[in-house]
Design a protein around this ligand. Structure first.
Ligand code: ZN
Length: 252
């Protein structure tokens, strides 16, 4: 068997979420991910960060892109009220609505709330409530695993690299916060979250993403270093809330 040949031809899918207008982080992730066959993006391209147009322009060029709408994206295109967000998020949303290019607005408006690709369902929040629900406990995870029409569900929104899984239907749902370079073998029903590219919240400031190998049922949690202080400076210079800059330094 030619193992080297097999490794080179395995399908690799880059899974990203919650870019939040952090272009430095996005570029670092794309460079660190290397060659991929497709990119799946789980929403929230904008909000909080300083470079919404650059991020949306870049995402639109990615190969074999599947992308769903996040709650911040939905607010920018006017699908949901910005009053439902916290102050810092709301100020960013109002600013983005002013600076967003016409083309990028059209792109965000074209995004579906949910996409099914073969045995995988992509949603921002949760499979049963793609825009708003946070999956942060095993009870909510169980309801969502039961609501899934596919064995695997990919979600974002919490900004945490998490795995929820069901060993068998009679047992409680298990969960795991994934460490950098941790590999998950997807051998039952799973909900997986790649964490956030542009605003990680697990106290690791590095950009978070995942590589999914569909033929092998393998998920690889990954982190990438990026120029954090450059992004913090841009946020401050643009007059966006200081808190949006501060949190990037510590990953919260
Ligand atoms: Zn988000």
């Amino acid at each position: 068997m030619n193992l080297r040949y097999n490794q080179l031809t395995l399908m690799r899918i880059l899974v990203i979420s919650d870019i939040h207008a952090n272009f430095n982080a996005l570029e670092s992730v794309l460079a660190a991910a290397g060659e991929v066959n497709a990119v799946w993006c789980l929403g929230d391209l904008v909000g909080y960060g300083p470079d919404p147009n650059e991020c949306v322009d870049r995402v639109r060029q990615l190969p074999n892109l599947q992308c769903v709408l996040g709650n911040h994206d939905a607010a920018v295109i006017g699908h949901i009220q910005s009053e439902t967000f916290n102050l810092e998020a709301r100020l960013s949303i109002d600013w983005i609505s002013d600076v967003m290019s016409e083309d990028n607005m059209v792109f965000l408006k074209s995004l579906p709330e949910q996409v099914q690709v073969g045995k995988v369902t992509l949603s921002h929040g949760s499979p049963r409530n793609p825009i708003w629900e946070y999956v942060l406990d095993t009870y909510t995870a169980k309801l969502n695993i039961n609501a899934l029409g596919t064995p695997l569900g990919l979600i974002g929104h919490t900004h945490l690299p998490l795995a929820y899984f069901e060993i068998d239907a009679s047992q409680p749902i298990r969960w795991k916060l994934l460490k950098p370079n941790e590999t998950v073998y997807i051998n039952s029903r799973f909900l997986l979250n790649p964490g956030s590219v542009g605003q990680p919240r697990d106290h690791d400031a590095r950009a978070s993403y995942a590589i999914y190998y569909p033929e092998e049922n393998i998920w690889e949690a990954r982190r990438a270093n990026y120029d954090i202080s450059g992004v913090q400076l841009r946020i401050t210079q643009l007059g966006l809330p200081t808190r949006n800059a501060l949190r990037l330094g510590e990953g919260w």
